[in-house]
Design a protein around this ligand. Structure first.
Ligand code: ADP
Ligand code: MG
Length: 677
């Protein structure tokens, strides 16, 4: 299967080049270049079709085909065809060669989209040499460069003629039987040349399972390797001290907080390296959990690091941790990008000597120049990925600390176990008592004056407000409200109240000043871009207005909304939006319907798909050829359980029937190690 494509009869240098351009070099890659859809080209009576539906019809050519060229290299071929006693006009674009293939009186099979009112069929082609037993399911492949679909189909057919027998089953018989899976050989054939819709379904079912199982095997394998390979730091937690500390908190921990703390503590105490994702909705109380985890590590004689995405958040965490832990003699410091050179040097020096117990900062925390005395725990807050690169740096320094990722973006379980499949997951699924859900309303832009009045009323009551805008400055391309303009306008309209302006292009010191003014109520309303999205905590802010809300993702809106509702007063969020599409309206409705981040993220995922969910740049999601992690989430779950069982079983590592799967994992591991160093 790994032989080059040149072994396929009829593949010359030109074809080889075209295939290479599509990333296809081997027989196997040809066979696994699956169609991305199938055209149902079975001939149907024309009266059965809906308006605008794609259909395949058979008829007789009733007029001389007329060919017109227009524009730049564009061609349109028109011909009348008699179908079931009706005269249909068929239009073919940019296929001038079709003219030679038909003449008056011929029987032709045509597919395309049918305009039923005008009886025009267009957007298709003339089907020739159709395989009549295939029920008309024609595979459609993605193409690149000069590759033609007909040439590719022919090539794939030839590949199967020659190499069909090389396709070997590698799923163990027991799994094949349990799920009644189609054999691999038959599966590949059916995916390319389906004999019926039902067979195609069976083939897809098998391939989805195969892809997801392999993926999960890989994840579980890495997880096992990480756990076993990273033996080293076994920490002894002084449990009584921790328990005593918890009783001094101004509130009892929620059941969920206690549960996840238990999970984290178990990891810290064990000799395995913790690799855990902590999910908890905005305001669910993750910071205190992080604080207790850090404390336990410090008391066990190690240092802790807390990594956050922004300086603002770093400041805030420092304040909370200092007030929480300093009374216990724990030294917490901030490694700030804006610190003076001398201050920075002192901090780095003290860190190296172990005089600092907990260091907070942005990703600069684990850079090469930062040396810890004895780093035992890294917690990252609101950062989706702690990349391969960061792990590599730690490894290079000989550090294998426990790692905890905290996120308030509720990641739907399907995505969590795929993107973070090699991690353990803890969830805080309970809010502290007494929280009032944020009352969320959707307002059309023409209601702005009333919204402003509403804001003013609340400011008059001594509360504060956030006003969120998508962009900083006016843009010619996008007709959206921008922070600078809105700020200028609101300074007038909200007078005598003070209005601050916050955005990402301010210098760090300016940001601090604005945030401090807002936190201390010197400024009552804060106009801001999404920089306040994560973590910022000003409990006296009870109103949020979001301009152009339709431009934000639901998860992002939810994050933003989480900035209010942090005190005991009822809070409000107004979404100013004028969505044109049904999806856009649906999204606004979801926001006003629910404040449950998990429900929201599941619905967002359904609307937008996984790529959009994380934003393409940081998705880190695996790509599958046939499976779809959103649609096939049930299979993903089953595959995960099967993978865990396999990896943990002795038989898997010994028996012959698993050899192919083991080989596959070995290959993956090699690849992975290479990437790591
Ligand atoms: P997030 O999970 O969004 O980071 P925080 O940790 O900032 O949430 O907590 C939000 C607020 O809830 C903080 O003011 C915190 O002191 C408070 N809090 C945390 N846990 C509890 C609890 N068990 N009971 C009451 N209030 C709590
Ligand atoms: Mg937080």
């Amino acid at each position: 299967m790994n032989r080059p494509v040149s072994d396929i009869t009829g593949v010359g240098p030109k074809m080889m080049e075209q295939l290479e351009r599509m990333g296809i070099f081997t027989i196997q890659q040809v066979m696994e270049h699956y169609p991305f859809r199938y055209e149902d080209k079975a001939v149907r009576p024309i009266m059965e079709a809906q308006h605008d539906e794609r259909i395949t019809i058979r008829g007789t050519v009733h007029s001389e085909p007329e060919l017109r060229f227009y524009g730049k290299n564009k061609a349109r071929l028109t011909v009348r065809v008699l179908v079931d006693g009706l005269l249909v006009q068929a239009i073919f674009f940019n296929q001038p060669y079709l003219k030679r293939q038909i003449s008056l009186g011929d029987t032709v099979v045509i597919n395309g989209k049918l305009d039923k009112h005008r009886l025009v069929i267009s957007g298709g082609t003339i089907l020739k040499n159709r395989d009549e037993n295939s029920e008309g399911l024609e595979p459609v492949y993605s193409l690149k460069g000069d590759m033609k679909i007909t040439a590719l189909r022919k090539l794939i057919r030839q590949t199967f003629v020659q190499f069909n027998e090389e396709i070997k089953e590698f799923l163990p018989p027991q799994l094949m039987a349990t799920y009644r899976l189609m054999e691999r050989k038959e599966t590949l054939r059916q995916l390319h040349f389906p004999t019926s819709i039902d067979m195609l379904k069976q083939a897809k079912r098998r391939m989805i399972y195969e892809e997801l199982l392999l993926f999960q095997l890989k994840m579980q394998f890495f997880r096992k390797k990480e756990r076993e390979g990273d033996i080293g730091q076994k920490k002894v937690i002084q449990m009584e001290k921790i328990d005593a500390f918890i009783t001094t908190l101004p509130f009892p921990l929620t059941n969920a907080q206690q549960r996840v703390l238990g999970e984290i503590m178990t990891d810290i105490q064990s000799e395995h390296r913790m690799n855990r994702l902590l999910q908890g909705d905005v305001g669910s109380g993750k910071t205190i959990v992080a604080g207790i985890a850090l404390l336990s590590v410090v008391q066990a004689g190690f240092q802790g690091a807390l990594m956050v995405p922004t300086e603002i958040l770093a400041e805030q965490h420092k304040e909370s941790l200092v007030s929480l832990l300093e009374p216990l003699g724990v030294r917490v410091e901030l490694l700030s990008g804006s610190a003076k050179v001398k201050e920075r040097r002192v901090i780095l020096e003290d860190l190296k000597e172990g005089k600092i117990n907990i260091l907070i900062g942005t990703h600069a925390l684990i850079q090469d120049s930062v040396t810890f005395h004895k780093l035992g725990l890294v917690i990252t807050d609101e950062q989706h990925r702690f990349g391969v690169e960061q792990r590599r740096i730690l490894r290079k320094k000989g550090l294998r600390p426990d790692v905890l990722f905290m996120t308030a973006t509720p990641i739907p379980r399907t995505l969590a176990i795929s993107a973070f499949g090699d991690m353990d997951v803890s969830v805080i699924d309970e809010m502290p008592k007494g929280r009032k859900p944020v009352d969320t309303r959707w307002a059309k832009p023409n209601m702005l004056p009333r919204v402003i009045e509403f804001v003013k009323k609340h400011l008059a009551q001594g509360n504060q407000a956030y006003i969120i805008c998508p962009l900083i400055e006016e843009s010619e391309k996008l007709d959206v409200q921008n922070a600078i303009d809105v700020h200028a306008q609101l300074q007038v309209e909200l007078a005598p109240f003070q209005v601050g302006l916050m955005h990402g292009r301010l210098a760090a010191a300016e940001k601090d000043e604005v945030m401090n003014d807002f936190a201390s109520n010197v400024v009552q309303a804060l106009v801001s871009t999404t920089v306040v999205e994560v973590g910022v905590n000003v409990p006296n802010a009870t109103v949020m207005v979001i301009y152009d809300a339709e431009r934000f993702g639901l998860s992002q809106l939810h994050q933003l909304r989480g900035r209010v509702g942090r005190g005991s007063t009822q809070s409000y969020c107004v979404l100013l939006a004028d969505p044109k599409s049904d999806v856009g309206k649906e999204r606004m409705k979801i926001m006003t319907d629910t404040t449950d981040g998990f429900e929201l993220s599941e619905r967002d995922l359904e609307l937008r798909g996984p790529g959009d969910f994380f934003g393409s740049k940081q998705s880190g999601l695996p790509e599958f050829k046939v499976a779809d992690i959103v649609e096939d989430y049930r299979v993903l779950e089953v595959a995960r359980q099967d993978a865990v069982k396999l990896i943990e079983s002795e038989a898997f590592w010994k028996n012959d029937q698993y050899k192919k799967l083991r080989d596959y994992l070995k290959k993956q591991a090699l690849f992975n190690e290479e990437k790591l160093d």
